[in-house]
Ligand binder design. Structure first.
Ligand code: DQA
Length: 152
């Protein structure tokens, strides 16, 4: 039987497949596989059907945002470096929120405390909200915010 729970896609951009190996002093020691498992568990606790994905490709993440709109799924989005320059991703993310679906931008680190090129997000202006700086907990907080908004 199909799940009646609200669906949330947790979408991750380039280099996040390298979590655990990439700059662990910034991004921690856990892997994307660990995040996928944790996100599904948090979703179950919050009454959400959560699926986490990662890609290095701009066209793939744009396609997943289109899929979210067409499926009526909410989105937790870590656009990674696309955050700072991808207008294609921004335009796709805007379709989520204009469809009255929730989109929470998340970051493991706090980009505002890092290099100046990380200070600007092309996504922030169309997101429902942003959570940054709490490692994996940024994702849990984002899912919790979605569950709270939905009254799930
Ligand atoms: C990031 C921050 C971005 O500036 C960076 O390009 C990433 C990860 C984060 O989660 O902290 O790849 O989105």
């Amino acid at each position: 039987m199909a799940s009646a729970l609200p669906r949330v896609l947790v979408l991750n951009g380039p280099n996040l497949g390298r979590l655990g190996v990439r700059e662990p002093e910034i991004y921690g020691h856990a892997s994307m596989a660990d995040l996928e498992i944790a996100a599904a568990r948090w979703g179950a606790e919050l009454g959400l059907e959560v699926e986490a994905r990662q890609t290095d490709g701009e066209s793939e993440i744009v396609g997943w945002l289109h899929e979210a709109v067409d499926a009526g799924a909410h989105v937790v989005l870590n656009p990674a470096a696309f955050t700072h320059y991808s207008y294609a991703l921004r335009d796709a993310a805007a379709q989520v929120t204009t469809a009255d679906l929730l989109l929470v931008e998340v970051h493991l680190s706090n980009p505002a405390t890092r290099e100046s090129f990380r200070h600007y997000s092309v996504v922030a202006g169309i997101a429902t909200g942003t959570v940054a700086g709490f490692g994996f907990d940024s994702y849990r907080l984002a899912l919790s915010a979605i569950a709270g908004k939905l009254g799930a």
